[in-house]
Ligand binder design. Sequence first.
Ligand code: APR
Length: 320
Amino acid sequence: MARPKIALIGAGMIGGTLAHMAAMKELGDIVLFDIAEGMPEGKALDIAESGPSEGFDANLKGTQSYADIAGADVCIVTAGVPRKPGMSRDDLLGINLKVMKSVGEGIKEHAPDAFVICITNPLDAMVWALQQFSGLPANKVCGMAGVLDSARFRHFLAEEFGVSMKDVTAFVLGGHGDTMVPLARYSTVGGIPLPDLVEMGWTTQDKLDAIIQRTRDGGAEIVGLLKTGSAYYAPATSAIEMAVAYLKDQKRVLPCAAYVEDALGLKGLYVGVPTVIGANGVEKVIDIKMNKDEQAMFDKSVDAVKGLVKACKEIDNTLA
Ligand code: APR
């Protein structure tokens, strides 16, 4: 059986990290596509030359031609510009919308059967636009944000409680922006929900609130430290987790920016929700119950996403 083919559209900081991880995990053969000349070829060769020492079998190719992504099983999209200090994800909208148009057309023509994971920001609006431009079924186009935001939340919680992050589960919903909704009630340490841990005196509500805010600001914290770009190790790792769920039909329960046809009080919108990912892509959106406060936070986040989608339609009137 031929190896799966993984196409990485955008070979910058996240794209390069994705290629290295996919090779090390032997997920398949890898194509790095970018408009920049030489850079994807250079990264492909550099990673291939790490193969003999690491002992992985994977072919790597760098390219500027969409024809090379032909028949890809998975496309992970990072093409576009990242944030600089002081910029919000939403500031990227105009530039990255144009990029999504060319990427969507490239995927439509050469890899229409792929499972597409978008990482480009502002995430929820870009994944919606990418689905529109590519015309792929909505269950095959999703965005990576919830896995990353939840991983950041889990990391901060594991530090606070002094326990292994393996025993911390966490749930972040809504748009991938300042209004994202880390849900304390559905987040646990060893199965014990966070509000119970506050009652038990393991932490205080103030500390928990500070962790929730740090999670919301998690991307900006890294941008502020790096100064020349945004996070790439954790975003790449999160997208690989989603790609593996698809390639290995794992039926993982993962939060991601998925098309919600009719659930969580929403109809017809891409936003961060809990999903099941398996061989059919996003196989299910989990229609969880929220209390009044959670619903209010989620609604606010949904409104922010709707605002971005509206702005996209104003920029490009071919978008329905
Ligand atoms: N087609 C293909 N590649 C493109 C295009 C295009 N139309 N326009 C830009 N690119 C490439 C750039 O040449 C660059 O190599 O996209 C790559 C982006 O890489 P980086 O600038 O290193 O950005 P990165 O940190 O990887 O983040 C990419 O993910 O998290 C989001 O906000 C982030 O939107 C940003 C994206």
